[in-house]
Design a protein around this ligand. Structure first.
Ligand SMILES: [Zn+2]
Ligand SMILES: [Zn+2]
Length: 304
């Protein structure tokens, strides 16, 4: 496909799942390919980046890409040691993620390949590589304008708001939405009445910030790892219950939501159930939000 599009290369959270029961949705971990005007932007470098790299070696597109990672948990970087373009001198690769400066980003991505964990280091990459310094004004890559902000997940984690081809795509792979609001709600009675207004103000500022990142997005790709039951057991682990994700997307006036970062335990059947329940929430709220399951190989046309 030419023009502007995004393609899901890995949609699983936590770890890859090469099981027949999961193949309808896909077993590779986080990676999304975005193309516009022959420029390539890659969000996250989970195992989904491995087949993407193999495809890139075979096609005739420009040998240049920007790879942005949300954070450095294994499921978002563990495909990088097997990303073939990095071992091809014809390629130019830029990398970005959370970090004080370009060198810290380089170390965070490279350390996973140090001995004794891997036989080949990033020093053996033959592609021209560059690591980008943080920039308050965001990043540019060809037609892509990329802004980022912190989201709620253990360690520094970014969500990305990407403008290209007249569309806004927001990529938030790992985020526990509503965490602070829920914590305040639970504990507000422990504080004197005089402080309640202050707590409510913090709560509404946090919600406003959460919504600002995704407000009015054409496409939102967002963590929806847990069912309500799972979330009750794993609150504070940094992932969202899909019901909260759907409500966040509705409140933010998002046009199309892709439920993402699926739990490794979720079979194709379980995920179909999650999508059905998500659609019921949307119908209950009489929202025009369109909601899909992110599936490996699914391509979304951004030009239309
Ligand atoms: Zn993750
Ligand atoms: Zn994570």
């Amino acid at each position: 496909m030419s023009g502007a599009y995004l393609r899901f290369r890995g949609v699983r959270g936590s770890h890859a799942v090469p099981a027949a029961s999961h193949m309808g949705v896909g077993g590779n971990t986080s990676c999304v390919e975005l193309r516009a005007d022959d420029h390539l932007l890659i969000c996250d470098a989970g195992t989904g980046i491995i087949p993407l790299g193999e495809d890139l070696m075979g096609d005739g597109t420009p040998r240049e890409a920007l790879v942005v990672v949300t954070h450095y948990h294994w499921d978002h970087i563990c495909g990088l040691p097997f990303f073939q373009p990095a071992f091809d001198p014809a390629w130019r690769l830029c990398f970005f993620g959370p970090g004080r400066d370009a060198d810290e980003i380089r170390r965070r991505l490279s350390d996973q390949m140090r001995a004794p964990y891997f036989p080949v280091q990033t020093e053996h990459w033959t592609a021209a590589t560059r690591y980008l310094d943080p920039n308050d004004g965001g990043l540019r890559h060809g037609p892509f304008r990329i802004h980022y902000d912190h989201v709620h997940h253990p360690g520094a984690t970014y969500g990305y708001r990407i403008e290209a081809a007249g569309k806004t795509i927001v990529y938030v792979s790992d985020n526990e939405c509503g965490f602070l609001s829920r914590s305040i709600e639970d504990r507000v009675h422990e504080f004197p009445d005089a402080e309640h207004d202050h707590l409510r103000r913090i709560e509404s500022e946090e919600r406003a910030r959460e919504l600002a990142l995704l407000q009015g997005a054409d496409v939102l790709i967002h963590d929806a790892q847990y069912t309500p039951d799972q979330y009750r057991q794993k609150r504070g682990w940094g992932h969202s219950c899909f019901v909260d994700t759907v409500n966040l997307a509705i409140d933010g006036g998002v046009k199309a939501l892709y439920l993402y970062h699926h739990d490794p335990s979720a079979t194709d059947g379980a995920l179909q159930g999650i999508q059905d329940e998500a659609l019921a929430v949307i119908a209950d709220r009489r929202s025009p939000l369109v909601c899909h399951l992110a599936r490996e190989g699914l391509t979304v046309d951004l030009a239309g």
